[in-house]
Structures are given as structure tokens and as C-alpha cells.
Ligand binder design. Structure first.
Ligand SMILES: C[S@@+](CC[C@H](N)C(=O)[O-])C[C@H]1O[C@@H](n2cnc3c(N)ncnc32)[C@H](O)[C@@H]1O
Length: 203
């Protein structure tokens, strides 16, 4: 999987994304934003904001910058920024961001870790742009050891380019690759098949 394959995959998804993944992922989005504990005036970065389904869930008192590598997904997200100067969008690769160091108080990453070709590069960038001691929140599907989900993952593996995500990626590997101070992890979405991680930026 490379960036061009991802842009192509999300060009295909963009028009129907909200119908397919809107409700399915909603519990995780709400749970993550519910745990963010905002203070007025804070600057929030959302990485891989997609069609912007999460944007109405943030409180008005914080400013939110959403980035995404897919112009087609971002085109839909514009619907959630109109008339609200504290919501902005940028076409940007999360693996190489143009923000200065320590730009954000908190970072949210929803359903992106298994999509980017180099998740450890993305997480390194997130730690760089997040203030030291700031909060990083991730929600994602990680490999499931149970028989049926594992069989489904195995069937999907050859189609990862077409699907636009890696069906098999373990939480242990993700945490081992990324120096994060994990505060909490909890299961979210259908059958608790996805994991929400709250970590503190140690950088
Ligand atoms: C599964 S969608 C998740 C969208 C949204 N976060 C949500 O909650 O529905 C993954 C998103 O990550 C974006 N993405 C993939 N690679 C990226 C990268 N390198 N930089 C920024 N965004 C990326 C895709 O374009 C897509 O919009």
C-alpha cells in the first residue's frame, strides 16, 4: 500500500463513505471525543479527518484543524466548516506535516493507523506537533485473536490495496513501535472490536 493507492481508494469511497462508515464508527468517534477533556482556547489536530463526520462533535470553545491526504474526502468535510472560523482543513500527509513543533494541545486519530503506509512515521510526526505532556487519542481496529474475526482478516489480506487499509495489525506491535505513555485503552464499537487508546505525549 502506498499514498497513491490510498488516495485512489478514498476517491472511490468518498461519495458513499458516510453511508457505509458513518454509523458503524460513530460510537468510537463519540467515545474518543468524550474523553478528550477540552479547555477553552485549546488547539486540536485531527489526523485523517476524512469527510468531517467528527467535526460537529467538538465543543465550540476549541479550534480544530483537520488534515487528510485525500482531496475527495476533504471536499465533503467542507460542509462542517462553513461559517465557523475555528474549524479548518488542510490537504496534508500525516507522515510529513508542515506544522511547527508543539503546535497542538491534543491530537485525535480515528481509523487511520491501519490506513497510512508508515504508521510509525505518522506517530512520530504526531508526537512532534503535539505539545510535550499533551494528549494523543487513537481509535482503530487492531488484529483480533478470535477465530472468526481472524478468518475474516485472512480473507481480506490480499485485497488491502483495494480496501485502502491493512486488515491485520496488532495493538502490541503498534505500542511497541511508538513510545507513548498509555493512560487508558478501552474497547469501542460493535462487539468491542475496535480499541480506543488515550496516551500522553512523552516527547
Ligand atoms: C477510514 S478513513 C477515517 C476517516 C475519519 N477519521 C472517520 O472517523 O471516519 C481514513 C482516512 O485517513 C486518510 N489518510 C490516509 N492516509 C493518510 C495520510 N498519509 N495523511 C493524512 N490522511 C490520510 C484517508 O484519506 C481517509 O480519509
Amino acid at each position: 500500500m502506498d499514498d497513491q493507492a490510498i488516495i485512489k481508494a478514498y476517491k472511490r469511497y468518498a461519495g458513499s463513505y458516510d453511508r457505509i462508515f458513518g454509523k458503524v464508527f460513530e460510537h468510537g468517534r463519540r467515545a474518543l471525543i468524550g474523553k478528550m477533556g477540552f479547555a477553552p482556547g485549546q488547539r486540536i489536530l485531527e489526523v485523517g479527518v476524512g469527510t468531517g463526520l467528527s467535526l460537529p462533535l467538538y465543543p465550540k470553545e476549541v479550534s480544530v484543524v483537520g488534515i487528510d491526504i485525500s482531496p475527495h474526502m476533504l471536499w465533503h468535510a467542507r460542509n462542517y466548516t462553513n461559517g465557523n472560523g475555528s474549524r479548518s482543513l488542510s490537504l496534508m500527509d500525516a507522515q510529513s506535516m508542515s506544522f511547527a513543533d508543539n503546535s497542538f494541545d491534543k491530537v485525535a486519530v480515528m481509523y487511520v493507523v491501519t490506513v497510512v503506509p508508515e504508521p510509525e512515521k505518522m506517530m512520530e510526526e504526531i508526537r512532534r506537533v503535539c505539545k510535550p505532556g499533551g494528549d494523543i487519542f487513537v481509535v482503530n481496529h487492531f488484529s483480533n485473536p478470535h477465530l472468526i474475526p481472524r478468518m475474516v482478516e485472512t480473507v481480506m489480506l490480499p485485497f488491502k490495496g483495494l480496501l485502502g487499509f491493512r486488515p491485520r495489525f496488532s495493538l502490541e506491535a503498534f505500542l511497541a513501535q511508538n513510545p507513548l505513555q498509555v493512560v487508558e485503552t478501552c474497547p469501542v464499537n460493535l462487539l468491542g472490536y475496535w480499541t480506543l487508546i488515550h496516551a500522553r505525549n512523552a516527547s
